[in-house]
Design a protein around this ligand. Sequence first.
Ligand SMILES: O=C(O)CC[C@@H](O)C(=O)O
Ligand SMILES: [Zn+2]
Length: 554
Amino acid sequence: MFLIHKFNTFLCRAATMVPCQVPRWSTWIFRASPQWQRTACALGASMGQQRWLSLPWRVSGPLAFRGCSSTALGVPRVMPTSERYPVQRLPFSVVSEEDLAAFERIIPGRVITDPEELEVANVDWLRTIRGCSKVMLRPRTTEEVSRILRHCHQRNLAVNPQGGNTGMVGGSVPVFDEIILSTALMNQVISFHDVSGILVCQAGCVLEELNRYVQERGFIMPLDLGAKGSCHIGGNVATNAGGLRFLRYGSLRGTVLGLEVVLANGTVLDCLTSLRKDNTGYDLKQLFIGSEGTLGVITAVSILCPPMPKAVNVAFLGCPGFAEVLQAFSTCKGMLGEILSAFEFMDAECMQLVGQHLHLARPVQESPFYILVETSGSSAEHDSAKLDGFLEQALGSGLVTDGTVGTDHSKIQSLWALRERITEALSHDGYVFKYDISLPVERFYDLVMDLRGRLGLRAKHVVGYGHLGDGNLHLNVTAEAFSAALLDALEPYVYTWTAAQRGSVSAEHGLGFKKKDVLGYSKPPTAVQLMWQLKALLDPQGILNPYKMLPARA
Ligand SMILES: O=C(O)CC[C@@H](O)C(=O)O
Ligand SMILES: [Zn+2]
């Protein structure tokens, strides 16, 4: 106990509590976005606008002159994806007035052609890429999705399925004029079983709302993300999102028990079972988990929710070096065992950025690294005793130099915010080049330091943080603005470095538009070829989320 008193803040003991809720990106996004929504369609012809007007949009009726201007009042424009990246529009049909009328018959009043609403849906939340869709559809039911896709399939119209649009790799916004198929109104819970903890719901349910719903019944969602306030469960599953509870509850590939999916031609594939065990044939739902909307549109999900832990503790600790971070992780696994539920790390530059841009105070003495250790268990006393044991050991052996522990809701929330809001802080720092890689943990920080040397003053910040417990590094590089030269210095260097370690070039964010061409760094040509064959089988016309996930074919 003596050693624990060296901590600069108190150890608050043994409170029984609900799992923490933390601030989320959406709060911030929604605060910022109204200005951005105010596009100036009638403003002078920016480069983007000229290109827009050269597209075949000059028709009469609701589609006429609804180009999404790239110039927002007072806010830097987001360059259209088709201008920044070398990508060619595929020969899909263009939405006509007749198509709009057909959609209006399927979903009356929910065919959106308003430029302000489209502006938001065309741009990713990082504000790095921009599509130019002219129409967004908001179905409420699987039957409506099926009828929409049947129509699009017959007409060869490309479709961009969109959930909460919180993705990191440009998978959730159109590249050109794909129809945006939003799951926002598909937000009903279908059933919840309070013995098994199995939740069945529509794809557009917001993760945080689901978590609240199951929490009221004594359970939690098996995943938690910074974007929880706006991301949709269907999008989470389509991305196979990882997040903050992965260490404890594993991948969605394990917790998703069933899916309902609408295929490209409108066929409904009903695999929405809620069985823990089912060895009958190929597990087709796995094809759609992580397929990023390229093989079908997920319309409903059956998911296994773990019981809500009765006691949660969070320790936020300073470490003198990366070797100590790794050693602390080993010690944690050994001493906390079954109650360890998160092991996250961030470097000193991350802490500096959350302080500078979000005014979050550093809760411990300045250190080169910080770790966040969470325990979740069923006995507050037992868990606290175990955590104390670990802290004594870590402090006594110099793995940790300072720390603070929270067991009450608000302290846990504020400690998690330091880690969860790094993404938000980075976005305030300028243009962000993001890498989400799986590596052997021993090599994590070598890459960060290597890049700092390689980029020198060309980068504003090179930071490393992430889910160390899952072997997942978030390597982010900020610059005043997008720079092709900086991109050239980063890529393919980061990918070849990762491939040399047999790592993954996308641990949890998927490939989307931005990373589709680097799939080959993590998968052999035979696997990529098989992926294309699956795509051709399920979506022969390629109308579902084109330009995403799969690299262009040679
Ligand atoms: O912004 C990033 O690169 C990571 C976002 C998210 O996956 C996180 O773990 O905070
Ligand atoms: Zn992450």
